[in-house]
Write a protein that binds this ligand. Sequence first.
Ligand SMILES: Cc1cc2nc3c(=O)[nH]c(=O)nc-3n(C[C@H](O)[C@H](O)[C@H](O)COP(=O)(O)OP(=O)(O)OC[C@H]3O[C@@H](n4cnc5c(N)ncnc54)[C@H](O)[C@@H]3O)c2cc1C
Length: 340
Amino acid sequence: MNARSGDVWAFAEQEDGVLADISLELLGKGRKLADTLGVKLCAVLMGSGVEGLAQPLFEAGADVVHVVDDPALKTYRGLAYRIALVKAIEKESPQIVLFGATHMGRDLAPAVASALRCGLTADCTDLRIGDYEDKKTKEVFRNVLHQIRPAFGGNIIATIVNARNWPQMATVREGVMKALEKSPGRKGEIVRHEAGLDGVDIPVEVVEILRRHSSVNLKGARVIVCGGAGVGSKENFALLHELAAALGGAVGGSRAAVDLGYCEHERQIGQTGVTVRPALMISCGVSGAVQHLAGMQDSQKIIAINTDKDAPIFKVAHYGIVGDLNVVIPKLVKAIRKGS
Ligand SMILES: Cc1cc2nc3c(=O)[nH]c(=O)nc-3n(C[C@H](O)[C@H](O)[C@H](O)COP(=O)(O)OP(=O)(O)OC[C@H]3O[C@@H](n4cnc5c(N)ncnc54)[C@H](O)[C@@H]3O)c2cc1C
């Protein structure tokens, strides 16, 4: 198959037989791209004993699951995954390959792009199909992948195309794209591939994996109370924890709050933190810089508390409270506890 008419692929990341959420999110966006192009949406699943994960991928929108199942792929090792994935891509010639901008995706995607001599756009916030005209040669490329992401510190939104060296490859941060509603029982086709690792010396051996599980789950929280530099101190973040506890929510922070040591890095919301879409976001002492908004502006309801009536956060807020968070938050907690 010619890469220019090939399918859309999403790398289905899994660890210990558990699919990462990003795999389903990539399929959500991939479905739209594949439908626009009139091609199949495929997931590529790699690991050892992982074929059972094909069914949830079909239910999340994949038409085809390319499975590379090999004991050497049990735990992620860059070289082994790169060799096996490049082999599958060369055989099937997809026109688009998407990866999560996770630790694994950020390691694997550049290695694959380098081996295939194609481009790669990291950390896309949107992906669309459109045409592109080379202004110098006047050559027009139809139906190429528009890879959209903030650039120059978030001051511009750049649309990047890779019209000459295919496949077109991009990574997407977790939480940015939406997974489709699950279609229980949806069927698809499984295509099995050899890993091509026989006789290959993989110089990395995984001896032991030590995991530190995070106690913070911002992506899954329905309510987030987010604090910024305006909270004033690490100790004062207790106010936010109190409000979050009253609402059954989680506490997040701006990058300034993280940099100032007010809260842990895993709580950072924004372009270089987590992207969230809770039912309710209460933003306290956050100015609303574009890099912060990139990670929270799709929240269903946003309440902003800020002493500065001109703070940009009020432009995205559904409700704004101009006031000192040290006064407003205790009143809110009291009112919530009273049940009003
Ligand atoms: C490449 C790049 C990536 C970035 N990524 C991120 C990211 O992922 N997430 C992120 O958040 N930022 C990110 N930033 C930083 C971003 O540009 C801002 O600097 C940051 O978001 C500011 O945080 P803040 O709103 O908490 O602080 P400030 O901008 O200092 O705002 C503090 C706000 O608190 C208000 N305030 C002060 N006292 C009170 C009070 N008592 N009560 C109520 N309000 C009060 C002030 O009026 C002010 O609006 C990034 C920047 C760059 C260049």
